[in-house]
Design a protein around this ligand. Structure first.
Ligand SMILES: C[S@@+](CC[C@H](N)C(=O)[O-])C[C@H]1O[C@@H](n2cnc3c(N)ncnc32)[C@H](O)[C@@H]1O
Length: 217
């Protein structure tokens, strides 16, 4: 994966300071057994895993490309299995080991189409047949500030919607069509539009998508 599609120095620096806020929509997880194996891919400092642990989930794991994020997550959740991804998107764990994968605000950090495709394929490998993938990410925004920065960066890092934040991350906002193409190997279960504060404090429109890997466990 190109450096632009993991940006480890940026996320390591951010690990001490940033707060992430994409919400877990609990009704979507009501049917998930408390002993189901849950992987948070791009788990950051572990806040969603902490939330799930508080609700009684006891087979939790997290992976991230940033050693700084994983270090903070290990302090927050000492009993949880974590790994730093050395060769993303590859996760050094076997096929079909997870019932649920969370992918929260990770696609936004991966500007390239091909890198996103490979990441989603890796998540598919990790899921059991019938397992669920819960994606939360940011849509293309219609406001002037965002449109200006999409235009400013057009062609520099990738397609429309890729831009550089004021503090130096290259991020991506997505069309609904791209996300449904990206997830087309999965069966659609539900989606919802959300309003969420970005890591730099801007209110933005996001989308949450629940899909299922075809097959039965
Ligand atoms: C905006 S944060 C979200 C963290 C967490 N999912 C949450 O919602 O609290 C994005 C995370 O994705 C990680 N990341 C960036 N590129 C990645 C990649 N290619 N593979 C895995 N993780 C990545 C970053 O290190 C960072 O921890």
């Amino acid at each position: 994966m190109r450096d632009l599609d993991s940006q480890v120095p940026y996320w390591d620096a951010a690990s001490a300071t940033k707060t992430f806020t994409h919400p877990l929509h609990l009704p979507w997880l009501e049917g998930v057994d408390k002993h189901a194996a849950v992987l948070d891919y791009g788990c950051g400092y572990g806040r969603t895993l902490e939330d799930l642990g508080r609700r009684g989930h006891d087979r939790l794991a997290g992976v991230d490309t940033s050693p700084g994020m994983i270090e903070r997550a290990r302090v927050l959740l000492p009993g949880t299995q974590f790994a730093v991804l050395e060769a993303p998107p590859r996760v050094p764990w076997p096929d079909a080991g997870f019932d649920v994968v969370l992918l929260f605000a990770v696609l936004t950090c991966v500007p390239g189409d091909d890198a996103q495709r490979r990441l989603v394929a890796e998540v598919g490998r990790l899921l059991k047949p019938g397992g669920i993938l819960y994606v939360s990410d940011l849509l293309l925004q219609g406001d002037e500030r965002n449109r200006r920065r999409y235009d400013h960066c057009a062609g520099s890092f990738g397609g429309y919607g890729v831009f550089e934040t004021s503090d130096g991350a290259v991020c991506r906002h997505h069309s609904r069509e791209w996300l449904s193409t990206l997830l087309s190997a999965f069966e659609s279960v539900a989606d919802r539009t959300i309003t969420v504060a970005t890591m730099n404090g801007h209110e933005s429109t996001g989308i949450q998508i629940l899909v299922r890997k075809p097959g039965t466990a």
